[in-house]
Design a protein around this ligand. Structure first.
Ligand code: NAD
Length: 342
């Protein structure tokens, strides 16, 4: 049983904490919060030991004044953990890496908001599990990149990829985010093409250098991202072969428009009806009818639940960094089974 600390109990952090708790080879020894809000209170009620993320007496007092019991600050637990999963906001993860994890010689996983160059390696379970084995500082790539890595793995298993072009339609904010927009606009973001998503895939799969071009817009929705892919391949491949490979690839599900999966709203409704915790859809979702092959070019549409797609990746990343399992498929299967992933 290895000891995991979740530093930053937000959208990603609280999901990783719950996913770690479902495994039989790792346990949560603590979670951290910066503010004594309802999430902090709920963490304690769920049985997690709560630590204050910022090592400062005044901060601790804020929690005490709010009547939320804390065990101390992050510095009181950091030496006792085998690995930290950082769930802090974009750019703070890097600061935590330099100021806390490295000085205390603790392994750490950063999230997709951080830069590829600031860590030793970049993780997706299908592509870089072996490469990250035993490493100390690894980044689990963003939700969009994770979705792209999974689908490109499925396509790469049946065809040699010549060039992938992807248009990403990104959700404006997470459902709990009351500060971001747009409320009524389509925003090219970034306006430059290619967007940063292609290079992010290359940070996981270096052989795709020069082969993936992406562009992205942000739209007023909170539920999911949507991607349209156009992938030129070297060899002849049939639609059935592509679909079969997609269906065989872990953590991808196909859905049919004609079955009622007419939008991301219906996919989320499916998550609700399945009774998934927080209606999470950890799987990449591909619309079956959208898969087509025209003259050695594969077309498809997919949806990414931004808050949850990276959660099982964090679990596998813990396993490979701590050398708990050598075989990526065994780790993926173990994680999926424990989390009820299809
Ligand atoms: P969030 O804002 O929901 O949660 C961040 C948490 O970190 C909050 O609880 C905040 O109080 C806490 N925090 C603030 N300062 C801290 C510090 N110094 N040390 C420790 N904790 C601190 O953010 P999120 O959406 O969970 O994003 C976290 C990371 O995951 C980012 O890198 C983000 O880019 C990445 N990510 C987010 C999503 C998503 O859709 N939400 C998807 C994939 C990856």
């Amino acid at each position: 049983m290895v000891n995991v600390l979740i530093n930053g109990y937000g959208s990603i952090g609280k999901r990783v904490a719950d996913a770690v708790s479902m495994q039989d080879d790792m346990k949560v020894v603590g979670v951290t919060k910066t503010k004594p809000d309802f999430e902090a209170r709920l963490a304690v009620e769920k049985g997690y030991k709560l630590f204050v993320a910022i090592p400062d007496k005044e901060r601790v007092k804020l929690f005490e004044d709010a009547g939320i019991p804390v065990e101390g600050t992050i510095l009181d637990i950091i030496e006792d953990v085998d690995i930290v999963v950082d769930g802090a906001p974009k750019k703070i993860g890097k600061q935590n890496l330099e100021n806390i994890y490295k000085p205390h010689k603790v392994k750490a996983i950063l999230q997709g908001g951080e830069k590829a160059k600031d860590v030793e390696d970049n993780f997706n379970a299908l592509w870089s599990y072996d490469r990250c084995y035993g490493k100390d500082y690894v980044r689990v790539v963003s939700c969009n990149t994770t979705g792209l890595c999974r689908i490109l793995y499925a396509i790469n298993s049946v065809a040699d990829i010549k060039k992938a072009r992807v248009v990403l339609v990104r959700r404006a904010a997470d459902p709990n985010d009351d500060k971001r927009g747009p409320v009524n606009a389509i925003v090219p973001n970034p306006v430059t093409v290619p967007s940063h998503h292609g290079p992010d895939v290359v940070s996981v799969v270096p052989e795709f250098e020069g082969k993936i071009v992406t562009s992205a817009v942000i739209v007023p929705t909170t539920l999911m991202h949507q991607h349209t892919l156009m992938v030129e391949v070297e060899n002849n491949v049939s639609r059935d072969e592509v679909l079969e490979s997609i269906e065989k690839t872990p953590r991808i599900i196909t859905v049919k428009y004609e079955d009622g999966f007419t939008s991301t709203a219906q996919i989320i409704e499916y998550g609700r009806d399945l009774g998934r915790l927080r209606y999470d859809i950890n799987e990449l979702v591909v619309w079956e009818e959208s898969v087509n092959v025209v003259d050695n070019e594969i077309f498809l549409m997919q949806a990414v639940h931004q808050e949850s797609i990276v959660i099982p990746e964090n679990i596998d990343c813990i396993r490979t960094m701590l050398q708990l399992e050598e075989d990526k498929f065994k780790s993926i299967e173990k994680t999926n089974k424990a989390m009820g992933i299809k």
